[in-house]
Design a binder for this molecule. Sequence first.
Ligand code: XMP
Length: 508
Amino acid sequence: PILVLDFGSQYTQLIARKLRESGVYTEVVPYRESIEDIKARKPQGIILSGGPASVYAEDAYKPDDGVWDLGLPILGICYGMQLITQHFGGSVIAADHHEYGKAKLHIENNGGIFNNISNDSIVWMSHGDRAERIPDGFEVIGTSENSPYAAIANESRNIYAFQFHPEVHHSVEGTAMLKNFAKHICGCDSTWNMGSFAKEKIAAIRAQVGDRKVLCGVSGGVDSSVVAAMLNEALPKEQLICVFVDQGLLRKDEAEQVQDMFKLVGIPLITIDAKQEFMEALAGVTDPETKRKAIGEKFIEVFDKEAKKHTDVSFLAQGTLYTDVIESVSVKGPSKTIKSHHNVGGLPDWMTFELVEPLREIFKDEVRKLGLELGLPKHMIGRHPFPGPGLAIRVMGDVNEEALRLLRESDAIMQEELKATGYYDKVWQAFTVLLNVQSVGVMGDNRTYDNTVCIRMVESVDGMTATFAHIPHDVLEGMSRRIINEIDGINRVVYDISSKPPATIEWE
Ligand code: XMP
């Protein structure tokens, strides 16, 4: 594959997606991945992403030094270009003014990395620092009006660097440049697709697991269902134990729905009722991170107990996605964790399972394609995402039975209306949140002082960024009217109009 080292640019994920969409398998790892782990992935080429920092900052992100000695082709983008410039002895300066937006890249030679690219191609710039002097052995291969060093290369060492961002949509021939790098410089083939991904991962699961057993945590969501389907293909029946934990934080009728779905696809499922244990663990917990950690730990305890009932269970399989990884283990180090997605940051130290996480490098929309490839039914694949910590992170403050009732009932009404009006498949995710805000209302001749429910609906492609959904007011009105009329204890409904960033999709 091509390996992208992530230096924290908001566009990093796009590099991988653009390459995968052009048939080249690509993985993203944090910039500080050790050289041993990098080698273990057997990359054919390395891309150094952009990033918000300056290479001269005291705590500038640097890759493992071993990266430079791998002898592999390297492409640096923006910050990645500055790293290359600095490492090979050129110099970088802070530009007087930042350069953002469209630029015309002029090239003379339409071969190699610029194979079939027009001589004047629109690209997208977004940078503060820039190369002032390029290193010995490098030459300019592309210029723009404001950037004499828009693209440089040391072609004998197969090292390339772009000041612009080929991965963004506005760089018109950017995807072709990335593909040229992968194909002509790194020698990757471009025959990869979700079907080959499925085959590779199934083979990798077999190799990893051998003749031991895997416990697969199933939530009924797309990700863990896809993992279960892959394991089901990879392993003989007696090596796979799919476990669905009813932690008491599920939506209305969800436990039955999940069991039915698994019956339909013919994967045996053990359901464990752990409602009481989870409620005890959550009693009095109001801090979001503490909630997430408590739930993560409980899940592992329950899995551990179940595993002990069988012999030789060494692995835990989960539907961890790249989004979960990157937000829990931020490139900026543990201090900048955004939230501990329960299957990454929430795992306790004492856990003895080895992990099987075949979806760790891909995004939600890619998982959906993979699910279809594996033959899962559309209604299973099209389900909105639902977080592992369940309704607990949608009850602001203390999680108790009454709060869960209000949340469950309001969510069920909202979902019904969403489906009835044909909006379920048009939004990426929709749910209600129980705020711990009481407000005054009037019902009949009586004053009420009741709870507030917030409706959250977002549009997104991969969960990394999202905008609130522009739902017609009459659809919202229908939801609000029914929630307030039908649920005792709610007298106000509000709509969340924040996007991610700076908000996140969930409230905790
Ligand atoms: P945020 O709130 O981080 O959510 O913007 C992004 C997407 O991830 C889901 N989410 C989770 N999924 N375990 C999961 O499996 C978790 O701990 C978790 N937290 C958030 C969220 O519902 C949204 O789709």
